[in-house]
Design a protein around this ligand. Structure first.
Ligand SMILES: Cc1cc2nc3c(=O)[nH]c(=O)nc-3n(C[C@H](O)[C@H](O)[C@H](O)COP(=O)(O)OP(=O)(O)OC[C@H]3O[C@@H](n4cnc5c(N)ncnc54)[C@H](O)[C@@H]3O)c2cc1C
Length: 407
């Protein structure tokens, strides 16, 4: 065994240490360092000058950026202000586009073993079932809508990240950011009041809807807040069909949605103060994991970056959970940003992701308004449309492709 150490100067100086058994040749392509040997090839990609990357927030978006960077050789620091991972599920549905992103890291395989396949959406008016629309696209397994509790998705991402050599710094909070010409200075605070100041070439703000990264840089978050109070419940149940997604539309524009999380666990969301109580059918609750109320904001940043600081996920956009898009949009932001960091091409990030966010916000606002409308005419049209979708695959398939974002 020969130990070889190579030092190369490109736009930055990078040092790589490799153990090989035969001859070694080193080539520099753009900003990545390639070490080829007769026996193996190791590629360490650092992006153009991007050696020190900080990811703030270990929700689905932050974990995805960190994992996508780490698996391609750039190990970022990732911090999370909560001392432990969440055990509460907000998002449930994983779109095929998210699963495609997770293929390369192996996360998709683990998720597929654990997740529920949503076979159908069952619509009710009060307690009466009015339509059962299949969610199984003709294109098969890779086009399915999968359901998994957000805390499980996060836990799986975190394990993969750990396997790629990066550990989430739990209990560490970003308290301020100071921008210099070519880098950012982050002040971090950990539980016991310890403060640390660190320099980074690039900072990813993945710190959710109340993003401190966004606020500390004074970045605008344009949009509006809806007055309605919504509620959520994460509960264990008995005797509930957990292969389908159930939607209940009631008088006065009230709506409740039951999404399965596991075999005997569901998440209920309603535009009332008590999600479970608002259900017009009986449900046997064996354990209440958590309940909460929340209000919906519909907002987006006009600029996705400020100097070397880039926003992903809810830090950059938020909207109603109707349509199940938020987490998936954040995962797509994250994968796109990670790819651009590795390729050293951050130029188009803001424009591309702003357009994707704007489309998603439009889609989910339309869906929210349709679901919560009080207009008898719109309610009638919606019920008729759902019945047609139930019966006619020719109508259902294109709509499903749009819903599942299949190309
Ligand atoms: C009730 C509800 C239901 C939803 N249902 C769905 C659904 O069905 N489908 C869907 O796709 N989406 C859904 N969403 C949206 C989805 O949950 C979010 O879009 C998703 O969690 C966003 O991920 P994120 O990583 O951007 O942010 P978050 O998940 O909010 O993660 C941000 C992380 O940053 C940490 N953090 C914050 N500030 C700091 C700091 N200063 N320093 C360090 N760490 C910090 C936070 O503790 C947090 O862990 C729902 C949302 C809600 C509220």
């Amino acid at each position: 065994m020969t130990s070889v150490s190579v030092s190369v100067s490109v736009s930055v100086s990078v040092s790589v240490s490799v153990s090989v058994s035969v001859s070694v040749s080193v080539s520099v392509a753009g900003s990545s360092i390639r070490v080829s040997t007769g026996a193996c090839r190791v590629e360490i990609s650092r992006g153009k000058g991007m050696q020190r990357v900080l990811v703030v927030g270990a929700g689905p978006a932050g974990l995805t950026v960190a994992l996508e960077l780490a698996r391609q050789g750039l190990k970022p620091d990732i911090i999370e202000k909560n001392p432990v991972g969440s055990t509460f599920s907000r998002a449930v549905g994983l779109l095929p586009s998210s699963m495609q992103i997770f293929e390369a890291s192996g996360v998709a395989e683990t998720i597929r073993r654990e997740a529920i396949v949503f076979e159908a959406a069952v619509f009710h008016v009060d307690a009466k079932q009015t339509a059962r629309v299949s969610l199984l696209a003709e294109s098969g397994q890779k086009s399915m809508l999968l359901g998994l509790a957000q805390d499980r998705t996060e836990a799986i991402l975190k394990t993969a990240l750990q396997n790629a050599g990066v550990t989430v710094g739990h209990g560490v909070e970003l308290v301020s950011l100071d921008l210099k010409k070519s880098h950012a200075i982050a002040t971090l605070c950990s539980g016991e009041g310890g403060r640390e100041v660190r320099e980074y070439d690039l900072v990813v703000g993945a710190d959710g809807v109340r993003s401190n990264v966004r606020r500390s840089l004074g970045m605008a978050f344009e949009g509006f807040d809806l007055p309605e109070l919504w509620s959520i419940a994460d509960i264990d149940v008995e005797g509930w069909d957990t292969s389908v997604f159930s939607v209940f539309r009631m008088s006065g524009g009230r709506v409740a949605v039951v999404a399965p999380l596991e075999k005997n666990r569901v998440r209920v969301i309603a535009n009332t103060e008590d999600a479970v109580k608002s259900l017009p059918v009986p449900i046997t609750v064996t354990r209440t994991r958590r309940t909460a109320t929340f209000r919906i904001s519909v907002r987006q940043v006009p600029q996705y970056n400020h100097g070397p600081v880039y926003l992903v996920g809810d830090a950059a956009h938020c909207h109603s959970p109707v349509g199940g898009r938020g987490m998936n949009l954040g995962i797509s932001d994250a994968a796109d940003l990670a790819r651009r960091i590795i390729e050293g091409d951050l130029e188009g990030y803001g424009v591309t992701r702003h357009a994707a966010g704007r489309d998603t916000i439009k889609f989910s606002e339309r869906a929210r308004r349709a679901m919560t409308t009080r207009s008898p005419v719109v309610r009638f049209v919606l019920s008729t449309m759902l019945k047609l979708l139930e019966r006619h695959d020719r109508l259902r398939e294109p709509l499903l492709r749009r819903l599942l974002e299949l190309r």
